[in-house]
Design a protein around this ligand. Sequence first.
Ligand code: SF4
Ligand code: SF4
Length: 82
Amino acid sequence: MIETIDVAHCTGCGICDLVCPADVIHMERFSHESEVPDLAQHKLLPVIKFREHCITCFSCEIFCPETIVDVHPVVRNRPRPW
Ligand code: SF4
Ligand code: SF4
């Protein structure tokens, strides 16, 4: 199951969101402080939105160019169809 994304080192490329087959990761807009308040920058960063839907496929960890996504091999809280 996906554990963490080190967003402090994230470039916001969105690959983790694109490759996730379970729609666990969503890119959301964050504001960044600027020396000039009116020029505060907005950046899209990944959020682990539906961790319980993770199927532990490791795609996000494998394809992240910054290697900042941590997926643990143990599958937890996985929803069951029964
Ligand atoms: S391990 Fe797979 S299912 Fe889980 S968040 Fe990453 S890409 Fe999505
Ligand atoms: S793939 Fe890596 S660098 Fe790109 S948005 Fe996801 S966590 Fe950030």
